[in-house]
Ligand binder design. Structure first.
Ligand code: SF4
Length: 387
């Protein structure tokens, strides 16, 4: 097994460990450490790092857990992710977590935060609202106050006072993290055969379960390997995946799209880790304000994000053009309201720009990919033959 294979194997294990063993071990090393779980998509992980908390992304149970109790908590006509997460909580997978953040992305996540509260999971369960007003004086101030509430929640658990220096240090570490991730995407956009989309996914998702310092080392090692030619170019089309920002598609589905002749050169799978575009200033005297401004001015686009002045459809087309994509695959979780409600508008923008697109839906535990492979294969062939 070569060095990259070894790394990828480690990342895969980290990414899908429903018992969060690395996080638990990290926490056990010091009595003032804690684990704060967060749901998709984005939270400012910097403030948790500054409070000696390990932010751990909870992206659902996927196909690794049978849902029995979770179904009793939710009606049948919603996505799968919240059922899997409540099942994990009831099965004690999340028992070592000290608190939970529920970003305000949809009603399902809002309801899940209530269920965690009622079930008394963790010491705090915070529903984390994003600003809808992009005036820094209004939305920025609001967002800063939301972050202060989380800091207060964490202080009540471990008594660690968050300092300006600690937040700035964390901002610096996450700047490196974002830069390294973008470097991997850049290399893949030029040489997509060097690292598959599935392997890229493992590498990014592993970062949700380990300290950022450790993830930065892994990312650098991956870059060192894929900066040198490896693999063989294929006659594939280039696609952007859009709509998979929350509930995650099964690995078999990502593999099927690739095997059907599509290089996935952009996606929104691990969007939280790529949410802020570019560096955040890590030298200011008021880092909370800096983080709030970064959210207002440097956020990427998503269906779970209110950006009426900067339409998502146009941003999607721009993204596809920037990475020289041949088409877009709209790939949303079944019953995902934010993604599915936005899709028609986004498709209209693709049509206006002459950008080919297809769509399908999935559950995180979908097990059959034949139809998806056929659809993606036909999409790929039609672009190769007639575009
Ligand atoms: S998959 Fe969609 S509907 Fe389900 S929790 Fe996530 S954003 Fe909400």
């Amino acid at each position: 097994m070569d060095k990259l294979d070894q790394l990828l194997k480690e990342c895969e294990a980290l990414a899908f460990d429903l018992n969060f063993e690395v996080a638990k071990k990290w926490k056990a090393d010091s009595p003032d450490r804690m684990i704060v779980g967060y749901l998709p998509i984005y939270v400012p992980r910097e403030i948790m790092h500054a409070a000696k908390a390990l932010p751990v992304g909870i992206m659902g149970a996927g196909d690794r857990k049978q849902i029995i109790k979770g179904d009793a908590y939710y009606q049948s006509y919603i996505c799968h992710l919240p059922r899997g997460i409540i099942e994990m909580a009831l099965d004690k997978n999340l028992n070592d977590f000290d608190g939970f953040l529920f970003p305000a992305i949809c009603d399902c996540v809002r309801n899940l935060s209530g269920m965690f509260k009622l079930s008394k999971k963790g010491n705090f369960q915070r529903y984390f609202d994003y600003p809808q007003n992009f005036d820094p004086k209004i939305g920025g101030t609001f967002y800063k106050q939301e972050m202060e509430k989380i800091i207060d929640d964490m202080f009540k658990v471990n008594g660690v006072k968050v300092t300006v220096d600690a937040i700035n240090k964390a901002i610096g570490l996450y700047n490196i993290n974002r830069r390294l991730i973008e470097a991997i995407y850049k290399i893949r956009q030029e040489f997509p055969w060097r690292l598959s989309a599935v392997d890229t996914y493992y590498v990014l998702r592993a970062g949700l379960a380990i300290p950022v310092e450790q993830h930065n080392k892994i990312l650098q090692q991956v870059i060192d390997v894929i900066s040198i030619e490896r693999g063989e170019p294929m006659d594939n089309i280039r696609v952007v995946i859009s709509g998979s920002f929350c509930e995650q598609p099964p690995i078999g589905m990502i593999k099927s799209i690739e095997m059907a002749g599509c290089y996935i050169v952009e996606d929104d799978l691990m969007l939280g880790s790529r949410w802020i575009q570019g560096d955040i200033d890590d030298t200011t005297a008021n880092p909370l304000e800096t983080l709030a401004l970064a959210y207002i001015n440097q956020s990427t686009f998503s269906s779970a994000y209110y950006d009426v002045g900067n339409p998502k459809g146009k941003r999607l087309v721009k993204l596809a053009e920037a990475c020289n994509a041949d088409g877009v695959i709209f790939c949303a979780a079944s019953f995902c309201d934010p993604a599915l409600l936005d899709r028609p508008e986004m498709q209209k923008e693709c049509d206006a720009a002459g950008l080919a697109h297809i769509n399908f839906q999935f559950h995180e535990n979908t097990g059959q990919f034949k139809v998806i492979k056929e659809q993606a294969g036909t999409f790929s062939d039609s672009i190769k033959l007639w575009a």
